[in-house]
Ligand binder design. Structure first.
Ligand code: DP6
Length: 362
């Protein structure tokens, strides 16, 4: 029986998608509607059990409209980004026949059927921890599963990109590159996996949550202002990032930590320099962020070779990448010593992510 509103079935699916942290940053769009970047970027995807989004999507002839709840609160789906993802997925939906459950959905039915979406982040939303990356990647992935979409991950990444640029990189684990592409319609602006999850698994990522408050300037509006006003952004996109991408791919392939750390820190610092070069200037980092940078820089210099890389997204929280577990334990001790919980700094908790450990301290 094909889908009609007298039927009582609900079909649902749940997916979990981790967030990713860029080590060569995406900052600036050449096309706002399609979300096409001005430069390639490279990220590392975190383990799914740490910073991740869990999304359940359901479809039923009983649903009257498309609806979505984020962390238990209903949000509007009227924004272009949600609509673009829904439209792209719907247009690729294929038929489903489940005789046992008595469900038959034709390709045409998908145009009329409505979806309900419930999404949860296990970390603060919009606090510069790439919540939109995990969120849109998970939305697209779960809708594609629900609607029996037969596209490969690359094609799905191009759809997730239209929800949030950084989301395309969360469709893969390990080290991922978002290729900016050249096509006007964005068909070649996709994510590709550089190395899988098992490659270089001695790295440990510690996120020092300096503040879990929502950021004042969203990435979207911040990068729009930077594109319009920052000359440094133009120079970065054309001259700096293309070379860095090649060097970073090489560093990752060879597990060359000194080069990886040098490039990661330099790219984070240049991204924040672009923010300062924007009019009006954007301040994502705060005094605590700056103190963390100084501590890491001093430590790396005193050892003669980098032990830890730091990178900051559009917020004050530090993402620290230690070369191995021993260094990570040492790093944690140093953080607790220099930024004791409940001191005058507002550094209040750490999320530690690698293949096996997660903890909240402080
Ligand atoms: C600093 O992907 O959140 O985290 O495409 O407008 O949704 P939109 O922006 P978004 O920007 C991420 C910026 C960044 C760097 C990065 O993840 O590459």
């Amino acid at each position: 029986m094909a889908a009609d509103s007298s039927q009582k079935w609900i079909l649902m699916t749940t997916a979990q998608t981790p967030t990713n942290i860029a080590v060569i940053k995406y900052w600036g769009k050449r096309d706002e509607a399609l979300i096409l970047a001005v430069n390639d970027s490279i990220s590392v995807t975190l383990d799914p059990q740490h910073l991740c989004t869990t999304t359940t999507v359901a479809v039923s002839p009983m649903f009257q409209s498309d609806r979505m709840w984020l962390n238990g609160k209903e949000i509007s789906l009227s924004g272009g980004r949600y609509q673009n993802c829904l439209r792209e997925i719907r247009s690729r939906a294929s038929k489903i026949e489940d005789e046992k459950k008595g469900i038959k959905i034709t390709k045409k039915d998908w145009e009329k059927l409505h979806v309900h979406i419930a999404s949860y982040n296990n970390f603060p939303t919009a606090a510069g921890l790439a919540s939109s990356a995990a969120g849109f990647a998970c939305l697209v992935f779960s809708l594609a599963k629900l609607m029996n979409v037969q596209e490969d991950q690359g094609k799905l990444s191009a759809i997730a990109r239209q929800g949030s640029g950084s989301a395309c990189r969360s469709l893969y684990g390990g080290f991922v590159k978002w290729v900016m592409g050249n096509e006007e319609n964005g068909s070649d602006s996709i994510a590709v996996q550089l190395q899988d999850e098992k490659h270089w698994d001695e790295l440990v990522i510690i996120i020092a949550v300096v503040s879990s408050r929502q950021k004042e300037t969203s990435s979207t509006s911040g990068m729009r202002d930077s594109v319009e006003t920052s000359l440094l952004l133009q120079h970065r996109a054309k001259e700096v990032v293309p070379k860095r991408i090649i060097e970073m791919e090489e560093a990752i392939k060879n597990r060359d930590f000194p080069s990886f750390a040098r490039l990661t820190c330099a790219d984070s610092n240049q991204f924040h320099a672009v923010c300062l070069d924007t009019s009006p200037p954007i301040f994502y980092m705060n005094d605590t962020s700056h103190r963390i940078i100084s501590c890491v820089e001093k430590w790396n210099r005193s050892e003669g070779t980098p032990q830890v890389a730091y990178t900051f997204d559009a917020g004050p929280n530090a993402v620290l990448i230690a070369r191995d577990r021993k260094v990570a334990a040492n790093l944690l001790q140093r953080l607790l010593y220099y930024f004791p919980p409940h001191s005058d700094t507002d550094l209040n908790s750490y999320v530690i992510g690698d293949k096996s450990i997660l903890g909240d301290v402080g």
